[in-house]
Design a protein around this ligand. Sequence first.
Ligand code: NDP
Length: 319
Amino acid sequence: GSVPKAPYLELNDGHRLPQLGLGTWLGNSSQGRIKPQGHEVQQAVEWAIAAGYRHVDTARVYGTEPQVGAAIREAVRRGDVKREDLFVTTKLWNDRHARAAVVPALRESLAALGLDYVDLYLVHWPIGQFPNGSYDLTDHLSTWRGMEEAQRLGLARSIGLSNFNQSQIEGILAGCDVKPAVLQVEMNLNLQQESLRAYCSSRGIVLTAYTPFGSLLKGGAGAAGAGATRVDDPVLVEMAGKYNKTVPQIVLRYLMELGVAAIPKTITKQRVEQNMDIFDFHLTAADRAALRGLDAGLRTIAGGRWADSPQYPFERSDG
Ligand code: NDP
């Protein structure tokens, strides 16, 4: 078997989340692919488990659940890991916000994964949409009742939210029976989420950073233009050299030291391993302060196509 490498964060429901996980969305690569080719995701998840990952992030809409599930079943079959030692997250898509649609949607995800439960089920976006594209304004609390039922049925050990803003989370907290355990939002050097982090910590909600590299690596898409710190930034390059690490490793280490979880995506074996190799060093306070100073409030995943929904969560000036 392989040895787990990342520390755990305690959730408000008694479960624990491995602080570093593997992302599996293929829509953000330089090739702009969405559908997996061959067995690339299955292979990446198998490499990840062998490298000590115990946390994998997928979603119904990514189309990667079958490969994530196949990798997990294979690793369990080989005796590398036990199912109960893995933390698997999937997400409810926007077209299933009706309360009665939540449990059936999760059952579809479980069938695709070939698993009988997930560790975490997230409402992917606070934006409901009918299949024809018009907005489904089901209130969030009603969707959340469906999430609570999924947990009661044992189909999801923990439940949480993604892309909700502070006031939308307040709305859930005001009427829920089960508090969200996790909020998954974009967080990276260029979008450090200070106020949302403070809010989540005051409410006992663990934050997971998605798109942890933000605009660092990308060649001009989204908000990667003016103002974004890039991977060849001389300050970052020098800092990384000092620790004998890469700039992506410095960024992930910084997120770990801020107490959030992170789910970097890669289907490259050497990067799968590199991204987990961040638990043998600490940043100095001065370096943490320098990294903090790079926060530019630049969002790369803005959900701009939903900007006209009354449920749109972000400042519309984000683009
Ligand atoms: P990331 O910030 O994880 O960046 C992924 C890109 O970084 C890929 O092109 C990958 O290349 C490259 N990369 C990874 N590691 C390294 C490295 N060490 N050195 C150089 N390049 C590297 O972006 P994502 O948007 O994919 O976010 C991560 C995950 O978060 C997603 O996969 C998904 O699971 C989740 N997510 C959730 C969202 C939500 O709405 N809840 C929205 C967006 C993401 P390659 O694969 O070619 O090696």
